[in-house]
Design a binder for this molecule. Structure first.
Ligand code: UD1
Ligand code: CA
Length: 449
């Protein structure tokens, strides 16, 4: 059956106390909205509509950046969840199939939960959960396995407020039915809003069926404050760590490793404590990430060893068995198989051939204050410690640069390049020099008196 997704993201999120629209705050490196879209995408929707309002342009841009086929409905004034859905429905005119409504600020819904909702046979299906603290959630009125209605906290009686089965906000229904029910909503309630939740009682009144599918409370966490955002991050990380370990990745101290939403790691890779993954990292199997590394937008091949204390920035690709050691920063650089860059180096906008050794303290001087330039180093080269490679520059295969060199001109294959002042040695001078320094110190002290 054809499926359409409507994601509500028009709310202001006042309690975030932020200039950024709420749904653009990030969890695991991606906006909340993107998490909601990704969760919805697991239901293989034919159409996805995001309802924007506050910060509409920005929110629409983020939605399109994630999925260029997304459609945007703008809700000029936030008059409730039912009104928000009504604003999206014209885009679905003529659409036949079912509609799932998700909230853009509810990022932890799992694919199996949506599958269970879509497998349910009732006309209206609501995702509910047993709340430890039901607070102000809408309450689900259930008798004999049937859902009769949803009562918002503000409108609930004292007895209804005792109900712990709550509304997550996720609702699924046939498109034509949803269109008819939403058209019939009114705003005669405590909030003066059009409640999407009222479609349940309306469907029952027509003799249609409604039911609740439940999921663990953790999944339905909606982000309203920055504390909620931190709680969502915590829950996401816990789930991701468990999934990584189940997939055969060793985490020495799981609670200290932070993943991005899209981190991919192969089996038998070992991750040490305090490693942070930004977005866009893929690690092949059998690699080793030692403690205190920060990785973002990079690919690490089989057998590579990174860290401790390494920083890999976007555009970094490490070939098989590459070794990147402590206090090394790499950006937009390809290191072919077997390259070693062991200590205290910066490689930016560079290409390094197989089995080349980069000595400690090597720096690619890639930026001249205006533009970035490339450094190319051939295979099996030896870059002496403390070499400055002033880009654009090429060092050939099997070439060698002397320690402390400033390399400003290309070095041919098999050549040796030394670019530093020649050393001067003056026998017996050191004692005299120290005497001179001492007398100068005494003179300065006298002058100061
Ligand atoms: C809603 C539900 C409540 C449920 C709770 C779960 C209704 C009437 N109530 O309440 O039963 O327990 O979520 O978190 O649906 N939005 C719009 N346009 C609007 C209003 C809201 O796009 O005009 C979006 C918000 O940006 C948000 C979502 O819809 O993503 C939920 O809105 P919110 O105001 O937070 O609803 P709650 O009062 O929490
Ligand atoms: Ca809410």
């Amino acid at each position: 059956m054809a499926t359409a997704l409507i994601i509500l993201a028009a709310g202001q999120g006042t309690r975030m106390n932020s200039d950024l629209p709420k749904v653009l705050h990030k969890m695991a490196g991606a906006p909340l909205l993107v998490h909601a879209m990704a969760a919805g995408a697991t239901a293989a929707p034919d159409r996805t509509i995001v309802v924007t309002g506050h910060g509409g342009e920005e929110v629409a841009a983020a939605a399109r950046a994630h999925d260029e086929t997304v459609e945007i409905a703008h809700q000029g004034e936030q008059r409730g969840t039912g009104h928000a859905v009504a604003e999206a429905l014209p885009l679905l005119e003529g659409f036949r199939g079912r509609v799932i409504v998700l909230f853009g600020d509810t990022p932890l819904i799992r694919p199996e939960t949506l599958r269970a909702m879509l497998a349910a046979a009732s006309d209206v299906v609501v995702l509910g959960f047993e709340a430890t603290d039901p607070g102000r959630y809408g309450r689900l009125i259930v008798h004999g396995g049937h859902l009769y209605g949803i009562v918002e906290w503000k409108d609930a009686t004292e007895d209804q407020r005792q109900i712990r089965l709550c509304n997550s906000g996720v609702i699924a229904a046939d498109a034509a039915l949803l269109r008819r029910l939403v058209a019939g909503l009114d705003d005669r309630n405590a909030s003066g809003e059009f409640y999407l939740t009222d479609i349940v009682a309306a469907a029952r009144a027509e003799g249609l069926t409604a039911e609740v599918v439940t999921c663990p409370e953790a999944e339905t966490l909606g982000v309203n404050t920055r504390a909620d955002l931190a709680a969502a991050e915590r829950a996401f990380q816990a789930a991701m760590r468990a999934a990584m370990m189940a997939e055969g990745v060793t985490l020495v101290a799981p609670e200290t490793v932070f993943f991005a939403h899209d981190t991919v790691i192969g089996r038998e890779t070992v991750i040490g404590p305090n490693v942070v993954f930004g977005p866009g990292v893929t690690v092949e199997s059998g690699a080793e990430i030692l403690p205190f590394c920060h990785l973002e937008g990079c690919h690490i091949s089989q057998g590579a060893r990174v860290g401790p204390f390494a920083r890999l920035r976007p555009g970094t690709e490490l070939g098989g068995d590459v070794h990147v050691g402590n206090f090394v920063e790499i950006k937009n650089a390809i290191l072919d198989r077997g390259v070693k860059v062991g200590h205290l180096s910066y490689l930016g906008d560079a290409q390094v051939g197989e089995h080349t050794n980069i000595g400690a303290g090597t720096i690619t001087c890639n930026y001249d204050g205006v533009a970035k330039h490339r450094t190319e180093i051939g295979e099996r080269a030896f870059i002496g410690s403390d070499t400055m490679l002033v880009a654009p520059v090429k060092v050939g295969a099997r070439a060698l640069t002397g320690s402390g060199s400033v390399i400003t001109e290309d070095v041919p294959d098999d050549a040796v390049a030394i670019g530093r002042a020649r050393q001067v040695v003056k026998p017996g001078l050191s004692a005299k020099l120290f005497e001179k320094f001492k007398s100068e110190t005494v003179r300065r002290q006298k002058e100061a008196e």
